[in-house]
Design a protein around this ligand. Structure first.
Ligand code: SF4
Ligand code: SF4
Length: 344
């Protein structure tokens, strides 16, 4: 499964003089969200819309994936002296690699790791996941399973597997609004709901039949997506490509690239790194939210760092894609406060 890209030895504040002792994280930065994008390049599927390049006949480009370096970075992440909620990103299927799983095991055993978010295409049996993840405290694990209809032979069996896996772990599922199959999404989402399995939909990013998405969805397609999309936030950032504004990236969130370089986020890799986890655990945090340095943020793990998200939504639990509009109750009395009406 692949999502587009969407991180202290102790950290020091951005303004700290050179050579000054490392500072403890500010109180308000209690848990830092971290995305470690490994770019692990192997997948057992070939989804036609795969952003990692497994679907297109020309295949994917070279990957910086390196097993020893991955584990070295993981060991330094385990030494960071503040609590983290980490998501390991891949350019393929996580559960194929024993080394990726070994890294997850080390993170799961580490005291600073509060939550471990993993992604999978759910191509294995639920009991295999339980076997693979045995030993990692269940309460730390959150999973996103991506539903890929072109690769799955039996839709009902896949939903049943998600239902079973959801009894072991905090699980949510997702699918992509790929133009040729998006008309089926309301039916698909209803099936997931009937099975008691969370499901969210992401707009397609890429080219299909000469059109660029998500920009060129038709009004009819947009209306279908509107029925099934998870939130107004997803609608504005993932479909309408809203300009992000102020963001907590680098303050409450860190992105680690496959080579261990730490950036405020995946969209800011053109800026100076905040650290290098192959060299040390020292990270220079921003002292507060900053304006986003790019014009769009289509990574769902990253655009949830924005101030506008923080102001309007709250997490329901440890899973990074389970959140709710904060003012739903108030909106019952004041319709202008409704999630879909409020200025966003
Ligand atoms: S599951 Fe599909 S979308 Fe995900 S990495 Fe594999 S081919 Fe790409
Ligand atoms: S909104 Fe901008 S600063 Fe924030 S995570 Fe996205 S790209 Fe980075």
């Amino acid at each position: 499964m692949f999502f587009k890209p969407l991180g202290r030895q102790a950290a020091k504040p951005a303004q700290a003089p050179l050579g000054a002792p490392a500072a403890a994280p500010p109180v308000e930065q209690a848990t830092i969200n971290v995305r470690f994008f490994t770019d692990y390049p192997v997948c057992n599927y070939k989804c036609p819309y795969c952003v990692a390049g497994h679907g297109p006949p020309e295949g994917r480009g070279p990957s910086p994936w390196d097993e020893d370096r991955y584990l070295q970075i993981i060991d330094n992440i385990c030494k960071l002296p503040f609590p983290i909620n980490i998501r390991i990103g891949v350019g393929g299927e996580f559960f194929i690699s024993k080394v990726l799983v070994e890294g997850a095991r080390r993170l799961g055993a580490s005291e600073n790791v509060r939550v471990l978010n993993l992604i999978t295409n759910l191509s294995f049996h639920p009991k295999q996941y339980a076997r693979i993840l045995a030993g990692i405290p269940k309460e730390k694990v959150a999973l996103v399973a991506s539903y890929h209809p072109t690769e799955i032979k039996n839709e009902d069996a896949w939903i049943a597997a998600a239902q079973e896996l959801g009894t072991y772990y905090d699980l949510t599922t997702m699918s992509v609004a790929y133009p040729p199959s998006l008309h089926k999404l309301p039916e698909v989402k209803a099936k997931f709901e009937a099975a008691g399995v969370d499901h969210f939909v992401q707009p397609f990013i890429g080219e299909y039949e000469g059109k660029t998405y998500p920009q060129e969805y038709t009004e009819e397609e947009r209306a279908i997506i509107r029925q099934v999309i998870y939130s107004r936030h997803d609608w504005e950032f993932l479909l309408n490509l809203k300009r992000p504004g102020m963001c907590n990236a680098g303050f409450k969130y860190l992105f680690v690239d496959p080579e261990g370089k730490v950036f405020q986020c995946g969209g800011a890799q053109h800026l100076k790194p905040l650290g290098d986890l192959t060299q040390s655990t020292e990270i220079t945090f921003h002292s507060g939210p900053r304006p986003c340095p790019v014009s769009v943020c289509q990574c769902d793990t990253e655009n949830i760092n924005t101030k506008v998200f923080e102001d309007h939504y709250a997490y329901l639990d440890k899973n990074q894609h389970r959140f709710a509009y904060r003012f739903a109750e108030e909106a019952k009395e004041a319709p202008w406060m409704d999630e879909w009406t409020v200025a966003y």
